[in-house]
Write a protein that binds this ligand. Structure first.
Ligand code: UN1
Length: 513
């Protein structure tokens, strides 16, 4: 495929992806095993990568530690300047990188481009932030004393990212960590290493142009063993991990046992509440984008639709007209709205969930087939499904990373819908469609949605980078991206300075030797 060959060439991704000549800041040199990366879109081999061994990992950590000694001394606004240049390079390569994201991961090109835009946006955000790493000053209770706080870099930060947002989530973490003065070791999903390699090339150029060691941004391509090494490694001050709750528990336990810091962004089980007072036309697009966008593989995907009984039949009828006509196909085809699932395991999870939920009493209303025939030879294309279900079903309580929308009916006031919405173990994103202020404010009140993200007349997915991103309960409690999420990448220090000639003690304590 000429188009993809051009993209790989532009982004410097080669077959076998050999180590850089420095051989330090790059996991996956010769000597380890290899992994072949096939596109979920057409099954073609894109490239083969070398997987890192524990020895490679050690070298990467050492390179990162060395680079930290240099990077922490670069003033924060100057670190921001390097990030600004990275953002500009991402602008230059937006089209190519967006295509590679789409081809390697399977999301449609619009979403691939959107993902690169998120990277550019966080770079801009981080540049501004590099002059705003503010701490407070406080008034001391002691005379001729001054108190203030400073934020200092943490050191080495580990970023473990997932296949579904192969580059954006890494960039949220890394660009903030970089302006904070940290150095980053990135372990991308082993399912999507090529977009990571492309990013490393882009960054490497920016660093070289500024005579900054490459060890500021490190890449290690490896499996769960490398992830486990990172989590247990005292040299890694913070682990930011995105993925399943199962993975997050392991990481959280390992990091917690050594009293390290962790930032966990795990599974969601996101719902849209559609009340009697919803604008249905507006809601429909949000529901479908949320449920089938990225083929249901976003942490923020809409998994449950909780509809007031008075609107239930109408909503069901409208969705059943839309779903069978959704264009499913190659993600780079501009008419496609639904691309493939990442791999056959994901297809099995989709099938299993549908089977189990029907055993529990759910009714499959549409979809659920695995497509075959021309254009669908990979066996990774599925028809998005809608299932009438009840919230307590075991499968409804689970996050299945696939396009299954559970339709749930509620009666009575909005409080009943909120109770259903909150009645799951996860707490990432939530939304309400209503034009009634009393309902929407109830949803946003402290007795309302228990999620990290709560939207009004907007779907559950597609958050902007400016807000803090993350969720509660089994979602892990971490916050990354905008707002003051940067603080987790720094250590806070309180300073009290005495500029007098006496030594009064706080709390009025008298103590004289
Ligand atoms: C994720 O699925 O891990 O809010 C991230 C969204 C995107 C990010 C999703 N901006 O849907």
């Amino acid at each position: 495929n000429k188009e993809i060959a051009d993209v790989l060439q532009q982004l410097g991704v080669k077959d076998k992806n050999p180590a850089y000549s420095t051989g330090l800041s790059w996991g996956g040199q010769e000597g380890g095993t290899t992994r072949s990366i096939h596109s979920p879109a057409d099954g073609n081999l894109i490239a083969t990568v070398h997987m890192a061994t524990p020895e490679h990992y050690d070298k990467v950590v050492e390179a990162a530690q060395e680079a930290f000694k240099v990077w922490r001394k670069v003033p924060a606004p100057k670190r921001g300047e390097v990030v600004r240049q990275i953002g500009n390079k991402l602008r230059e390569h937006k089209e190519a990188l967006g295509k590679l994201v789409s081809y390697e991961m399977g999301k449609i090109l619009q979403e691939g481009l959107g993902e690169v835009q998120e990277m550019i946006d966080i770079c801009d955000f981080a540049v501004g932030l590099s002059r705003q790493l503010h701490g407070f000053t406080m008034h001391s209770e002691r005379p001729e004393h001054r108190m203030y706080e400073q934020y200092h870099p943490l050191g080495v930060v580990g970023v473990i990212s997932a296949f579904n947002f192969p580059v954006a989530v890494w960039s949220w973490n890394t660009m903030l960590a970089a302006v904070c003065g940290d150095v980053v070791i990135w372990k991308p999903s082993e399912k999507t290493p090529l977009t990571a390699i492309a990013c490393q090339h882009i960054i490497r150029d920016a660093l070289a142009e500024n005579e900054i060691p490459e060890g500021v941004f490190n890449l290690i391509i490896g499996d769960a063993e490398i992830g486990s090494l990172m989590s247990h490694d005292k040299r890694v001050a913070l682990i930011s991990a995105t993925g399943s709750t199962r993975m997050g528990k392991k990481v959280g336990e390992a990091v917690g046992a050594r009293l390290g810091k962790s930032l966990l962004e795990l599974g969601g089980n996101n719902a849209i509440i559609l009340t009697e007072n919803a604008d249905l036309e507006m809601a429909l697009n949000a529901i479908v984008f949320g449920a089938v966008g990225t083929c249901g593989q976003r942490c923020t995907s809409t998994r449950r639709l909780i509809v007031h009984e008075s609107r239930y039949e109408q909503v069901k009828e409208r969705l059943l007209k839309i779903y069978p006509n959704l264009p499913i196909g190659h993600p780079l085809d501009s008419t496609t709205l639904v691309g493939p699932l990442i791999d056959k395991d994901a297809v099995s999870a989709f099938n299993n969930a549908l089977e189990k939920v029907q055993q529990e009493g759910g009714t499959l209303l549409t979809g659920g087939d695995v497509l075959s025939g021309e254009g669908y030879e990979t066996g990774t294309y599925v028809k998005p499904a809608i299932v009438e279900a009840e919230n307590h079903y075991e499968m409804v309580q689970e996050e299945t990373f696939a396009p299954i929308l559970y339709l749930i009916k509620y009666s009575g006031e909005v409080e009943s819908a909120i109770e259903i919405q909150n009645g799951v173990r996860q707490g990432l994103s939530s939304a309400i469609f209503s034009t009634n202020l009393l309902e929407t404010e109830t949803f946003l009140g402290h007795w309302g949605s228990d999620c990290g993200i709560a939207n009004v007349n907007i779907g559950t997915s597609g958050a902007e980078i400016g807000g803090a991103f993350g969720g509660e309960k089994e979602t892990g409690g971490g916050r990354e991206s905008g707002s003051d999420a940067w603080k987790v990448y720094m250590r806070r220090q309180t300073n009290t300075i005495n500029y007098g000639r006496e030594l009064p003690l706080a709390q009025g304590i008298q103590f004289k030797v």
